[in-house]
Design a protein around this ligand. Sequence first.
Ligand code: OOG
Length: 261
Amino acid sequence: MPEILAPQAAADQLHAARQDRRTIERLTDSWPDLDEPWGYAVQDLDREQRVRAGDPVIGAKLGLTSAAKQQRMSVDRPIVGFLTASMYLRPAEVRGAMHHWAQPRIEPEIAFITSRDISHALTDEDVASAVRDVVIAAEIIDSRWTDYRFRLADVIADNTSAAGVLVGSEPVDLPSAGDLAALACQVEVDGEIVHEATGAAILGHPLRALRLLSEHLERRGEVLPAGSLVLAGALTDAVPLTAGRRYRLSIERLGTIDVTA
Ligand code: OOG
C-alpha cells in the first residue's frame, strides 16, 4: 500500500457514503500516518465539490472547543469546518430532514455574524470588532465514521461532522449579549434537562474560538467574508436526535431553539 491515501480518494469515499447515508470505518485504522494537513486537504476538495454543485459556503464552524466535547470524542484539539447554504435549516424543517442523516446529534452553540472580512489573526483587543451580532445556534452533526469513532485526521476530512445548522431568531449586538463567558446554557430533551454549561466552556471565552478561526484562516491564506456565520463550537456534549423527541436549547440572553425531530 502507498503510505498515504490520496485526499481525492478519501473525498470520493466520504461523498459516496454521504449520498447513500452510510457510515464507514475510520481511515486512520488503515492509514495511521494520516494527519491534520491531510484532513484539511480532503475537506478542501469536499468544499470545492459542494460549491461546484451549487451549494455556496455561508460560514465556518469550530469543533471540539470545549473540554466536554474533547473528552467525549477523544480528540484533544479544536478543529475547523465549513458551513454551506444547504445545511441551513429552520427548526420546523428538522423533522423532514431526518432521513438525510445516519446518526444525527444536536449541540448548543454560540454563533457570531461577522462584521468584516477576516483574513488575519485577530487579537484579544480587536476580536470584538469583527463581530456584528451574537446569536444562539443549534448544530446538527452527523459523522460519516461509524459510531463517531474517529481520530483527528478523520474528523477533519469529514468536515468536522457538520450536517445542519439552526440559528435563533433574535441576534443581538455584542454589548447586549453581556459577558459571553458567563451565559448559562441548557439542553432539554422531552422537558428534562440533560446538559448544562456556561459560555466559559468554549476555550474560557467564546471569542477565543473566533480568534482561533482567524489564525486558521491566516495560516491557510483564506478570507472569510463579512456577514459570515461562525459557530464557536458545542458548549456541551451532543445529544442524539431521535425521531419524535422534543429538544430545547437555551442560552441566557440569546434565547431558545425548539426542535422536534
Ligand atoms: C466532531 C464535531 C464537534 C463541536 O461543536 O464540538 C463539533 C464530532 O463530535 O462529531 O462540531
